[in-house]
Write a protein that binds this ligand. Sequence first.
Ligand code: MN3
Length: 193
Amino acid sequence: MTIELPSLPYPENALEPHLSRETLQYHHGKHHAGYVDALNEGLADSELADYKLEDLVQVIEGELFNPAAQAWNHAFYWQCMTPESGTAPGAALQQAIDSSFGSMDKLREAFTTAAADNFASGWTWLVKDNSNRLMVMNTDDADTPLRRAGLTPLLTTDVWEHAYYIDYRNARGDYLDAFWELVNWEFVASNFQ
Ligand code: MN3
């Protein structure tokens, strides 16, 4: 079995003006595709070649961890955004946001602060634990909460420079503001349930 590069869930220019077609062409078509290619190359003839990507990420060790986790993280990231404005978290997730952070604004503040302070090339996540408590966490490089027992990823943003340098150069904060405008709360809510 070959791990496929998933198509973007929207056209390459659909996230403009927040993220340009050029950014998506490079980020999806070069970076994400490159991780998928490296993974498939490395997996050839391996007993892990029949695993689903999500399962693979949880068990894989060694040099193939990075491309496997990056393949999954990026597929998840694309789904976290939508060109449709006004998606809503729904009652159950909103209640969890309120009880864990106080409000949607406080969640945004916690998430954006963590992402701005993430010194690594890495990712910032909203996750839930087994008791539906929500947390914001950073990971370095390819690392992912899929590797943490009991944590379920709900939302992520990519803070590797390749995610924003074409559009925002070094201004990660402007990228994070743009990202927040694009969050697909229906997808986040589907991960919460
Ligand atoms: Mn990336």
